[in-house]
Design a protein around this ligand. Structure first.
Ligand SMILES: [Zn+2]
Length: 157
C-alpha cells in the first residue's frame, strides 16, 4: 500500500467530464482515465506554458512529482487519440481552489471563492445552474474508483 497522498492544489474543476472520439460507436470504446491532478499539470505546463518548477509550486507538489503527473497526462492524452479511447476526467488526489458554476439558461461559466453558496447565475439570475465541482465531488465519493485506490478528491468548499 502506498502512503496517503497530500492533496494537490487544483485551481478549478475541468469544464467537462471527458471527451469522446468522433465516428466510432461509443459502446465499443475503451476508456483512459485522466485524473484531476494530471489534468491540472497539463493545464499549467502545456496550456499556460508555465515552467515545471512554477507549476509544481502552484500545485504544492515537488518538481519530480509534477514531472510524473505531466508525463502521465501527456501519455494518456496521446493514448486516447492514437488508440481511439474515451477520455474520462476523474479521480486523483486534489482540492479545488475555487468553484465553477455553469448556467444552463445563458451558458455562462462563473467563478467563485470556495466558501461561496451560489444559487443563481450572476448574469441572468436563473437558478438552473450546475456546480461543476460537484461532478468530481460526487464521483470521488460514490465509489472509491481509480485503479490505485485513489479517487478521494473533494471540492474543499
Ligand atoms: Zn445565466
Amino acid at each position: 500500500m502506498s502512503r496517503p497522498k497530500k492533496e494537490r492544489r487544483v485551481k478549478e474543476p475541468p469544464k467537462i467530464q471527458g471527451m469522446k472520439p468522433i465516428g466510432v460507436p461509443g459502446k465499443l470504446l475503451d476508456k483512459v482515465i485522466l485524473s484531476i491532478d494530471e489534468y491540472e499539470a497539463l493545464r499549467l505546463a502545456d496550456y499556460e506554458g508555465m515552467a515545471h518548477q512554477n507549476a509544481a509550486d502552484r500545485m504544492e507538489v515537488s518538481r519530480p512529482t509534477f514531472t510524473r503527473l505531466i508525463e502521465k497526462a501527456r501519455k494518456k492524452m496521446a493514448e486516447s487519440i492514437i488508440e481511439v479511447k474515451d477520455l474520462i476526467i476523474e479521480g486523483g488526489t486534489y482540492s479545488f481552489k475555487q468553484i465553477l458554476v455553469r448556467c444552463i439558461n445563458c451558458g455562462i461559466v462563473s467563478m467563485f471563492k470556495p466558501e461561496s453558496k451560489i444559487n443563481n447565475c450572476p448574469e441572468c439570475e436563473s437558478d438552473n445552474i450546475i456546480h461543476l465541482n460537484n461532478w468530481f465531488h460526487k464521483q470521488g465519493c460514490l465509489n472509491g474508483r481509480g485503479r490505485n485506490g485513489k479517487g478521494k478528491g473533494h471540492g474543499n468548499w
